[in-house]
Design a binder for this molecule. Sequence first.
Ligand SMILES: Cc1ncc(C[n+]2csc(CCOP(=O)(O)OP(=O)(O)O)c2C)c(N)n1
Length: 588
Amino acid sequence: MGRNANAKSAESHLTTPTRLTGAEIVWATLVGEGVTTVFGYPGGAILPVYDALRKFPIHHVLVRHEQGAAHMADGYSRASGKVGVAMATSGPGATNLVTGIATAMLDSIPMVCITGNVSSKVLGTDAFQEVDITGITLPVTKHNFLVNKTEDIAHAIRYAFQIAVSGRPGPVLVDITKDAQQGTAIFDFEAAKPRAYRPHPMLHVDESGLKHAAELIKNAKRPVILAGHGISESGAMEQVRTLAERAQIPVALTLLGLGSFPASHALNMGMMGMHGESWVNTAIQEADLLIACGMRFDDRVTGTPSTYALKAKKIHIEVDPAEVNKNVKVDVGLIGDLREVLEELLPRIAGRDGSAWLKTIESSKGAVSVHDIKNLPDSGHLYAAHVMHDLWRITGGDAIVATDVGQHQMWEAQYFHHETPRSLVTSGGLGTMGFALPAAIGAKMACPDKEVWVIAGDGGFQMTAAELSTIVQEKLKINIAIINNGYLGMVRQWQEFFYESNYESTPLVSPDFVKLADAHGIAGRAVTTRAEVAEAVNEARKAPGAFLLNFMVEKEDSVYPMIPAGNALHEMIRRPGKNPLVESADDE
Ligand SMILES: Cc1ncc(C[n+]2csc(CCOP(=O)(O)OP(=O)(O)O)c2C)c(N)n1
């Protein structure tokens, strides 16, 4: 990411010190930071700010629930690399942001949230719609501010932007009392610049570590690069690719790493972890060296840490020192911006012959196609994998896909092949249902020329479906694919595997989603067979406005492979093995 990618030379930017109200200072500072779009919802404690908006060249997107505003700001950031901005009033407006803030925090998304609060003279008195939002969000923000003086507003907002993008990115909240919004002060954008912010005093590339890492890479026989979200966040795509190609090292990706190394590249093995492919996890377990790039050894990726990659030395390149040796002990920790560290490391890496190891990995793909649902003959049933495959094929992969959380999210990761960074917008760390629809709105606002798809389950879609109105109000061309299996699918799958198929509270009654779309003025259709999928996808793409497809998929299909939580990476459950030439999907 180009850090501070919001920065622009805005003519509208106030360059001479001017007396403004606090509310005006909020917008003037945002304009100065290059913000053009804010997602929010008004209310009494932020009304002075909303009243002042008409004087500033910022587009405000009125959401239907503040959670939507936070996810939109998050999706805006994930798709563009810019800082997303969300706004809400005090009390319930502010608390409604919390899930979205936590979602951004867990995935290191730079975001600034601005909330109004009650006047400073009644702060702490349980005044109407008062909550201690800085207290509430303390554990889920990178930093937050309570501002109760007009003259502090510009500095707090500028500081918030700087913190959001520095080091490991994350969300920052600025809570501004109503009296601070109503007072006046001299606005001086330049003077409000925060002092240099150093995310961590240890943030430099360590010479002996670089030497040690280069030595390990030179001597490795079975190395694997673990590619994480830090690659796109630091803009290190080129550097990772050079490392992989020069030293002929295969690459395994985390969910949030997908797209940061091209899916079609010969060295790309695919996704690792709980629903990663068997050869990827086997390669990690057999590796003698792991080079972890901007990832944090999440438990969905490692399985039980005590069984994880025991034969491998480990190099961890990571911007946040707290992540190094947190979940997995490493041999070399290189702390710093991934792109900068790799630029220092690459001159020390010579060409290597990796052919024997690559051949071993290739041969372990052997029987895998037998387990691939895509290879079963058309039995008349519609499987989510087919939908993902067709969506990928028809769009040529050239779309931003925002997924929700659940089975469909994993099928998307398995069957929609991402070539470019920022093309998959998904909640990895927190796993937030309801994320997809608002995040897609943010992504479309950030990248209006891109084709944008929502892929959501019937459960998660209902959590934020009210944002369909926002799509219509903003006249956005967004395509929506609901993977409708009549269940909270991923939970049902866990019940099937680990709770004797006791489907407690997972069968789901839903509205007719096509009618729901219609009620909002959005066209749509239901799809029940595999044969219809391509035609329906094309119809959606050609439609002038938003379009909703309700894919009625096989109700009790499961995501395979699966490594049960607490197991080692090589202890996986496979799709029951079948010979696709003689057995049909009816036998499932
Ligand atoms: C806000 C929230 N509540 C609960 C969960 C737990 N959860 C994870 S996946 C899932 C089921 C999702 O069902 P659906 O949206 O229909 O998608 P599917 O798995 O069927 O593709 C649930 C309930 C969650 N991740 N987020």
